[in-house]
Design a protein around this ligand. Sequence first.
Ligand code: DI6
Ligand code: FE
Length: 397
Amino acid sequence: MHDAVWLNAKLATMAPHGAIVDGALAVTQGRISWVGPRPGWKDQARDEHDARGAWLLPGFVDCHTHLVYAGNRAHEFELRLKGASYEDIAKAGGGIVSTVRATCAASDAELVALAQRRLGQWLREGAAVIEVKSGYGLDRDTELKMLRVARQLTGLAVKTTFLGAHALPEEYKGRADDYINFVCDEVLPAAAAEKLVDAVDAFCERIAFNRHQTARIFDAAKHLGLPVKLHADQLSDLGGAALAAKYGALSADHLEYTSEQGVEAMARAGTAAVLLPGAFYFLRETRLPPISALRRSHVPIALATDHNPGSSPLSSPLLAMNMACTLFHFTPEEALAGFTIHGARALGMQATHGTLEVGKVADFALWEVDSPAELAYAIGANPCVGVVRNGNSVQRP
Ligand code: DI6
Ligand code: FE
């Protein structure tokens, strides 16, 4: 006896066996316990739901966000519209460190309220998992505060990534190596001791940290037994993707300037690519990530919103999918895979999320569309008509 079954559903399983146009999906104790064509469903379930022909997809996995912060950077947006670049603003003392000032000044309760309100959009679009990074503290207490805040968010599963090496705080100007030592010796161990860290990230870039400093962070993560990921080659090619691959990273993210060799290294290491069309769009970048090379090398390509106040104030997985198609020439199927099976892989959650398969967590959403491709095609629509979390239907905000 299963707990519940959804009948009259179209199933976009996102697993190798593909779509099932007249499907049934059953759940038991929060896990998927049966998936297949409806004529094959002979079991019994305590509750029977009629999906009314809706498409049922795995809950989206947004594997790269900076959701917890205070303030906003609308003023910098205006400066950029007048011609300033993202890098100019960062060098002039704006950018990430301006969000750091606002985040340090905010209380835990304020940060939780702000992030939970933002999260409403993900919940309305049926997201099941969101990754949230620290990196707007850059001191010990605020980095830990951000991770604790992220862990308090409700409505979906949260994965927390430590991004202490996001930018150089003002008090360390000219002493980047000292800051990296501080992060490796004090901040990361404290966050790990409190069990607040699922993965460790860094910003490897001309305006942030070099390869050597990034490797120090990765060594510290390895020492603590934590997986790594990297903001790599977003604005210039520092060889970030290859470095991430060398450390067996879960993912290398952005990748606009990644070389063929970088892609090959990722393929060999099993490192997923995370592409972030929101930042590409918002910064009006023109250099495309090496999408053909990633495809040719069979690197799993995840997509994410990169939600943050500076380079990607984007709160919609659906819009990110549309952007990936229009800007990065993704197929709608690749876009959907980017927010499901490959997004889960980029967080090391492929055993529990990302597909509709027996044994996985019963986190899925129902969509009133004729085909799944419509989800990537429409701009600003939200045809989500139901969300199921751990096997239970939930009210969306
Ligand atoms: N790359 C990004 O796109 C964000 N962080 C990063 O390392 C930008 C964060 C910000 O501008 O606040
Ligand atoms: Fe980012």
